[in-house]
Design a protein around this ligand. Structure first.
Ligand SMILES: [Zn+2]
Length: 248
């Protein structure tokens, strides 16, 4: 016999090697994407307590992928640890809203300035057309479809600028902003406003006019911030314990 090595005594009950690693990684990604979608759409509400067992049952997945997903979501700030009580979906405070808009102003204005003249006109027009889909405020499916198309449009613009780190931050901030939208604070009857902004932005980016693209983005973000802050002020009686609850 060529080999004198002893056989491993460990009983192998799991598929081993690359296949198992790939399967685990893909289950981890599935759990991560599913939980993240539900946090962004507020199906899992801000401040809601969650357990590994509860999530495993909800998504029909094992505890290991759930645990791995929770670790990633904690790093992104969408989940917070409550020590022995487990985990909770992170709350949305007034301060979060202000911080998100402040950062979007800095990053997105820079991103569009960088993207001016570097976009593929045909691709940008196609993405803008998709972002023109309608939605009905309060209808989760149509809001989600609209927001996804909107995010893809802005993600393309940010990536066209060529700074990948900046683009990743822009996308992450948009995801955080979408939670605020899904709480019902930002989408009320603003379709026309969004469409005009997008069309003007597309023209400026294709024309290579970075200053105009920056000015349009800044004014759209400031307008959005005002709407959200007004909505928050008028629902302030429902803000309690550090999270906004507009479920009633
Ligand atoms: Zn937009």
């Amino acid at each position: 016999m060529p080999s004198t090595k002893p056989r491993p005594s460990r009983r192998i009950t799991e598929p081993s090697g690359n296949a198992a690693r790939n399967r685990d990684a893909s289950l981890n990604d599935t759990a991560y994407a599913a939980i993240k979608d539900d946090i962004i759409s507020c199906a899992l509400q801000p401040g809601e307590e969650i357990s590994e067992a509860g999530l495993a049952a909800r998504y029909g997945l094992g505890k290991a992928p759930i645990r791995s997903a929770l670790m990633r979501l904690r790093q992104e700030g969408l989940i917070v640890s409550r020590g022995r009580q487990g985990n909770a979906v992170s709350a949305i405070t007034l301060r979060d809203v202000q911080e998100i808009f402040q950062l979007r102003l800095v990053l997105e204005v820079t991103a569009v300035r960088l993207a001016a003249g570097k976009v593929d006109a045909e691709r940008l027009r196609a993405l803008n057309k998709s972002a023109h889909v309608g939605y009905s405020p309060g209808d989760l499916q149509s809001e989600t479809a609209y927001l996804r198309a909107n995010r893809e449009f802005h993600q393309y613009v940010a990536e066209a600028g060529g700074n990948q780190r900046l683009a990743a931050l822009v996308v992450s901030l948009m995801e955080q902003h979408e939670r605020i939208v899904h709480l019902g604070l930002a989408l009320q009857r603003r379709e026309q406003e969004f469409h005009h902004f997008h069309d003007d932005l597309v023209d400026a980016l294709i024309a290579g006019d970075g200053e105009r693209a920056a000015a349009l983005t800044e004014s759209a973000l400031r307008g959005g911030q005002k709407k959200v802050m007004d909505a928050l002020a008028s629902s302030s009686s429902q803000i309690g314990l550090g999270h906004i609850d507009l479920s009633s």
